[in-house]
Design a protein around this ligand. Structure first.
Ligand code: NAD
Ligand code: UDP
Length: 337
């Protein structure tokens, strides 16, 4: 059984490729390498002892995609390809709409033409905007605050509309909370370009001495210690949620759109994450209090009970393990790939 993984060379995609290969699937990756290195895939092959097929191309390249669907018989597509930096999306909205939305549109058209109608899409908790109540259920109101989030929400709408027109599609819209950590080998992990925007890679780079100190964006939120609270989820748990979704979609008797949160259901503050990382790495993580970051919300964590019921999936790893694995990756690869 062959799966096409778009964006498979990236942080989450490379972990998904590893998990797919280990679960016995064959894997074909399409990735433009705009935010990744093919080295991640070489390491996935070494770790699993299995090979995958790599195609360096943009998903907006219709001819290349069509050729892939002609040459391979896919049972499903896992669609990770996309640009993901919130701040950059505010500066370059058209690039984000072009890359994420137009690229996805071409992918869905080619899938439809090839008759491959099983799709798992990387959505995000960002589609909930500022949540009205916690934990966040899938039925909560949606609304975005930046172009990146809008691309995620719009792709969800495109897929729901597609299902209305053709109800043989089997689609999982997986709304990720905050993916962190790395594969236990320390061989693959998150490798941001330039100074990281996200908390965990920033903390890791401070611990390894690449950055001097962490800026804690706001200590005056109405939270337990005044810092922002998020639902951090181990990337390996996250990709296992995709395998679970693939199995459920494949066993469906008819088409469906499944929308599910992937989170742990627990919230951690910035200072709790700093402390957990110091404990795991045995390195100090100096920090300084900085003003709130524009657009940030105080708290966000998932109600993941639907994924538990529907996908028979639960996150297993806690924060200590997330930090240990992130640290192993950072320590072994201080310069990334
Ligand atoms: P990433 O940047 O590491 O991986 C994305 C991959 O897609 C990269 O390898 C990039 O080169 C590739 N890519 C981008 N545009 C492409 C295009 N047009 N054609 C072909 N390849 C393209 O990011 P990630 O953290 O692994 O995220 C994977 C997906 O999950 C993204 O869609 C992202 O929006 C979504 N997501 C990520 C997070 C997170 O915090 N990491 C949270 C929620 C959702
Ligand atoms: N954060 C921080 N310093 C940083 C990066 C992030 O204090 O250098 C805080 C941020 O304000 C938020 C939390 O860490 O409360 C998680 O931020 P991240 O960007 O990782 O995720 P998101 O805000 O997109 O959920």
């Amino acid at each position: 059984m062959k799966v096409l993984v778009t964006g498979g060379a990236g942080y989450i995609g490379s972990h998904a490729c590893l998990e797919l290969l280990e679960a016995g699937y064959e894997v074909v990756v399409i990735d433009s390498l705009v935010n990744s290195s093919v080295e991640s895939l070489r390491r996935v092959e070494r770790l699993t002892g299995k090979s995958l097929t790599f195609c360096k191309a943009d998903i907006a390249n219709r001819d290349t995609l069509t050729e892939l669907f002609t040459n391979h018989k896919f049972v499903a597509v896992m669609h990770f390809a996309g640009l993901k930096a919130v701040g950059e999306s505010v500066q370059q909205p058209l690039r984000y709409y072009q890359n994420n939305i137009s690229g996805s549109l071409v992918l869905f058209e080619v899938m439809q033409k090839a008759g491959v109608k099983t799709l798992i899409f990387s959505s995000s908790a960002t589609v909930y905007g500022a949540p009205e109540s916690l934990p966040i259920k899938e039925s909560a109101a949606v609304g975005t605050t930046n172009p990146y989030g809008s691309t995620k929400l719009f792709i969800e709408y495109m897929l729901k509309d597609l299902f209305v027109a053709d109800d043989s599609w089997r689609i999982a819209l997986l709304r990720y909370f905050n993916p962190v950590g790395a594969h236990v080998s320390g061989q693959i992990g998150e490798d941001p370009n330039g100074p990281p925007n996200n908390l965990m890679p920033y903390i890791s780079q401070v611990a390894v001495g690449k950055l001097n100190k962490l800026n804690v964006y706001g200590t005056d939120y109405p939270t337990q210690d005044g810092t922002g609270v998020r639902d951090y989820i181990h990337v390996v748990d996250l990709v296992r949620g995709h395998i679970a979704a693939l199995r459920v979609l494949s066993a469906l008797e008819e088409g469906e759109v499944i929308t599910a949160n992937l989170g742990t259901g627990n919230g951690q503050s910035v200072l709790e994450m700093v402390e957990a990382f110091e404990l795991a790495s045995k390195k100090p993580v100096p920090y300084e209090v900085a003003p709130r970051r524009e657009g940030d919300i105080a708290e966000c964590w998932a109600d993941s009970s639907y994924a538990a019921d529907r996908l028979d999936w639960r996150a297993e790893y806690g924060v200590a393990r997330m930090c240990e694995d992130a640290w192993r990756w950072q320590k072994n690869n201080p310069k990334g790939y």
